[in-house]
Design a protein around this ligand. Sequence first.
Ligand SMILES: Cc1cc2nc3c(=O)[nH]c(=O)nc-3n(C[C@H](O)[C@H](O)[C@H](O)COP(=O)(O)OP(=O)(O)OC[C@H]3O[C@@H](n4cnc5c(N)ncnc54)[C@H](O)[C@@H]3O)c2cc1C
Length: 188
Amino acid sequence: MYDVAIIGAGPAGASAALFSAKAGKKTIIFENDKSMTNRAWVENHYGVNGIEGPALLELGKKQAVKQGAEVVNRTVVNIDKESEGFTITTEENQQFQTKYVLLATGAITDLASKAGVNLVAGTEPRIKTIVEVDADGKTNIDGIWAAGTIAGVSVHTIITAGHGASVAINIISELNGERYVDHDVLKL
Ligand SMILES: Cc1cc2nc3c(=O)[nH]c(=O)nc-3n(C[C@H](O)[C@H](O)[C@H](O)COP(=O)(O)OP(=O)(O)OC[C@H]3O[C@@H](n4cnc5c(N)ncnc54)[C@H](O)[C@@H]3O)c2cc1C
């Protein structure tokens, strides 16, 4: 049983996986190489002095794996609520059990819709539909959360990555029963 299953390894999903795994949560992230960032040249990501989108995606996944997250290159086709947690099913009919699900599927909403998550009209340019979330990133289904483009934030890597981290901290805090913070100290 995983603590957190993240669908999507774009900036939102990979950033969330980095925080979740670094907090010691058993974390799995599914990815099917459909990130819109594959087409980006990014000059406006704070702290990064110009980077190709594909390179940013690879770096993000490497950071999450370094902290212990498992990356699975599979398309998720079903999310089923169980008495405890959820069953995630891939296109190859592989099944995974998890306590929490974080949707970070970018502009792709079909999986969320199939899982019964409420969808609403998008407000960002070129984003037609998003998942309805509260301020913490919770959807209408207890245990399913959403981050990044699919949660309606501004479609920029620094913002979607930041939102992924923010929602992950909310999930970790709920799992821990107290507010979580992740600070490493410079060894002088
Ligand atoms: C042409 C272009 C140029 C851009 N230039 C910039 C720029 O200069 N600066 C900037 O800040 N932003 C730029 N962006 C926007 C940036 O790419 C987005 O902000 C960011 O990628 C959104 O992150 P995300 O994680 O929400 O979604 P995405 O990066 O789209 O990630 C979604 C992930 O979900 C996965 N996925 C979806 N469904 C499933 C499923 N069922 N199973 C498994 N995996 C699934 C996809 O494979 C993908 O990895 C640009 C975008 C485009 C299209």
